[in-house]
Design a protein around this ligand. Structure first.
Ligand code: SF4
Ligand code: SF4
Length: 354
């Protein structure tokens, strides 16, 4: 909102005053030109965002393929894309910070995360109010001598606030930390020759007691939680295997005696390929026991890119190698001779009464 849409709005419509004037202006050539230009650019950016969102859902390769094949062959995808474009356009062109106030849970959470040592966008009420309180600016007046605060009550900070709050009333749930009030107040302070920073990033303690920033236990706690989350995420990304293998017992099947004291169990397997290339020449091996695995499918087993391969397999193990009626067996999955995944399954055998 701040880095893209608001900048475009300022570039086309001008600053806040110019935007208000344009809004009140009757529909003439200038207003039509500016509005059409702005809405078209907003629509194009919303369409791009919707495409990125779609790529997240269906994968960028498939999206590029759809684009090359042309949208007419994928009408339902195009309709969903246009619906999402409409949603993003509605949010960025009109609904805006209301999302932060109404829909976003972070605003609610903020209340329990902050304390008087937290650095936020804050009004320095000690400096702004002093003994007498805020008062309008008068030329050549010595505000120091009269005890008036540095806030000249110009309401610029309130006018520029996208969520319409008065930051002088303290930290509020609606503040989205956009810092527009800081910029507005700084330019007023400059104009009336007072030091900048009446509204600035500061903590309540910093304003009231001039306390310097401290790495408090709460901050240490948040940092530790953040480091743990980043660590877990990084670990999950690195440990993420290219293939997910699931081997499950065929419902209702126990075991079967074969020749030479062999016991056979039947299973179904599902291989999920998370990569964008085909995984070829797959075969299974028993790791934990001496035995064999046969797949029902004849020929080379291939899992297509971002796809699934499923089928049935038989595991045969000599009864002498089994330790009871339930045996945990470990299966390795190989592609072109390289180990790509390991999984395990329960293998049933005759009950041992000794
Ligand atoms: S912009 Fe600054 S001086 Fe003006 S009302 Fe806000 S805090 Fe006071
Ligand atoms: S930073 Fe200032 S202008 Fe922005 S939302 Fe908060 S109070 Fe309003």
């Amino acid at each position: 909102m701040e880095m893209v849409f608001r900048r475009i709005e300022y570039w086309i419509d001008g600053d806040r005053g110019a935007q208000i004037r344009l809004g009140k202006q009757t529909w003439n050539a200038e207003k039509i030109r500016k509005r059409v230009l702005k809405w078209c650019i907003f629509f194009v950016i919303s369409f791009l965002i919707a495409n990125i969102f779609l790529a997240y859902l269906i994968g960028s390769d498939r999206l590029i393929q759809y684009v090359i094949e042309g949208p007419l062959g994928h009408i339902s995808t195009l309709i969903s894309l246009l619906i999402f474009t409409g949603v993003f356009y509605f949010i960025f062109a009109w609904f805006r910070e209301q999302v932060c106030i109404i829909a976003c849970p972070y605003g609610r959470l903020q209340g329990v995360l902050l304390d008087n040592k937290s650095i936020v966008v804050a009004y320095d009420h000690i400096r702004g109010e002093k003994e007498v309180g805020r008062a309008k600016f008068k030329k050549n007046e010595d505000r120091e001598a009269t005890g008036k605060g540095d806030c000249i009550d110009c309401f610029q900070c309130v006018h520029v606030c996208p969520t319409g709050i008065d930051i002088r009333n303290g930290t509020q749930l609606e503040c989205v930390n956009c810092t527009a009030c800081i910029d507005a107040c700084d330019s007023i302070m400059e104009a009336v020759n007072l030091p900048k920073g009446l509204i600035r990033y500061a903590s309540e303690e910093n304003i009231e007691k001039k306390a310097k920033f401290k790495f408090t236990p709460r901050l240490k706690g948040y940092t530790a939680v953040l480091v743990i989350f980043i660590g877990v995420l990084t670990g999950l990304l690195f440990l993420r295997s290219d293939v997910e293998a699931n081997v499950l017992r065929l419902p209702g099947q126990l075991y079967e005696h074969k020749e030479n004291n062999m016991i056979s169990n039947v299973f179904t397997y599902k291989l999920l390929n998370k990569t964008t290339r085909d995984i070829e020449n797959i075969h299974f091996k028993l790791k934990s026991h001496k035995g064999t695995i046969h797949t029902v499918k004849q020929g080379e087993l291939v899992v297509p890119a971002q796809g699934l391969a499923e089928g049935t397999l038989f595991i045969e193990i000599n009864n002498a190698a089994l330790t009871g009626d339930k045996n945990r067996v470990v299966i390795e999955v190989y592609s072109n001779g390289a180990l790509i995944e390991t999984t395990s399954v329960t293998f049933l055998g005759p009950r041992n009464y000794n």
